[in-house]
Design a protein around this ligand. Structure first.
Ligand SMILES: [Mn+2]
Length: 372
């Protein structure tokens, strides 16, 4: 009987990570962190003697992943002493002509679904039947409904459904109708593709990415552990699951509002106050400065001035606007070349374009020192 299983996926192993600041250094560290998360999952399965490990697609980041990376995964699965591994492929690592799954010999405890219609594998020792479909091309606009409808469940078995797709989606990432999936009476429906872990009532879950992969992936990440209680007389299964977090550097985004009264030091201080020193040395931060800034303040070196206080920081100043009083500038410069230049811009008919042209010109002149 199945007692426990791990549901994970969306590892995107082999991804080349890029960062705006010193991308190579951080990219290499991030790649290491991702492998560490994978190895942690394998170690957890071994130590906790988890009988089943389900991988719901996008184990690899692309079909062009290095064969050494695929072999590294196969080798790690081979170290599992009491765990069966069942894999479906996703849109990133689809099993086509160039399938990454052909780049290694897989150990006996690994089963890979290789068709894009529903098939099943029955693991007798666990009294568990697993139904799944894999991606064999990189887009699916339609769910393979016919093969799904042909599925027949044996209710003395624990029945699991594995799919990589988008619940409620309408695009080319395999749209899934949750009601249809649930209608068969599976004991667990394990999904991949959405990187945010999420569990719905009725034992339906997205495992999410085990560690966050970019600034879009905030919040908790890890793998899901499901526990099953079986009533042997009636073959009733009761499943509960929870997120087992994996330690990793998180991604943090902060909007910092600036006003023209703030000095350069004030701005630095405001940014540093976005989090504790401990957190700043741990996570990736994207700082977006918003509002209006004194035109005298140059932010060209702000990232360098912040760097020592963060593990990683990048600053976005594109949302900032200079605090410039155009009417006053025009009044003050009526009789000189600057005034004549600004006056000429007034001939631009579209008011939005006119305002932008004035602000950009003034910003350029501030930069050149004309207005100092
Ligand atoms: Mn995917």
């Amino acid at each position: 009987m199945l007692t426990t299983f791990i549901h994970t996926g969306d590892f995107h192993l082999g991804r080349p990570f890029t960062f705006k600041q010193q991308g190579n250094y951080y990219g290499k560290n991030k790649r290491k962190e991702l492998w560490a998360a994978f190895e942690f999952t394998i170690q957890f399965a071994n130590e906790m003697k988890i009988p089943l490990l389900l991988i719901t697609g996008d184990l690899f980041d692309s079909v062009n992943v290095l064969s050494m990376d695929v072999k590294r995964v196969a080798e790690a699965f081979g170290t599992l002493t009491e765990t069966q591994v069942v894999i479906i492929t996703g849109n990133h690592d689809y099993h086509g002509d160039n399938s990454p799954y052909n780049k290694a010999v897989w150990p006996k405890n690994v089963y890979i679904f290789k068709k894009d219609t529903f098939r099943s594998v029955y693991i007798e020792g666990l009294n568990t039947e697993i139904f799944g479909m894999s991606w064999v091309k990189n887009e699916y606009r339609e769910f393979p409904e016919r093969s799904f409808n042909a599925i027949k469940l044996q209710d003395t078995r624990y029945n699991i459904l594995m799919v990589h797709g988008e619940v409620g989606g309408q695009g080319s990432y395999l749209p899934l109708d949750l009601k249809l999936l649930e209608s068969k009476g599976f004991n667990a429906i394990v999904l991949g593709h959405i990187h945010k872990p999420g569990m719905a009532p009725g034992n339906v879950a997205y495992c999410g990415s085990p560690v966050p992969l970019n600034f879009g992936e905030t919040g908790d990440h890890g793998f899901l552990v499901s526990r099953i209680k079986t009533d042997y007389e009636n073959y009733q299964f009761h499943t509960t699951n929870g997120l087992n977090p994996i330690a990793s550097r998180g991604y943090q985004k902060r909007d910092i509002p600036i006003t023209p009264e703030h000095s350069y030091n004030d701005i630095i201080e405001k940014v540093l106050n976005c989090d504790t020193k401990e957190n700043r040395r741990q996570d990736f931060y994207r700082i977006c400065l918003t509002g209006f800034i004194d035109p005298e303040i140059q932010l060209d070196w702000i990232n360098e001035d912040l760097e020592d206080e963060f593990y990683y920081v990048e600053t976005d100043t594109s949302q900032l606007e200079l605090e410039i009083d155009i009417e006053q500038l025009l009044a003050e410069n009526q009789n000189n070349e600057l005034g004549q230049f600004l006056k000429a811009l007034e001939n631009i008919v579209d008011p939005e374009v006119r305002k932008k042209a004035m602000i950009y010109s003034i910003e350029a002149m501030v930069g050149e020192g004309v207005l100092r």
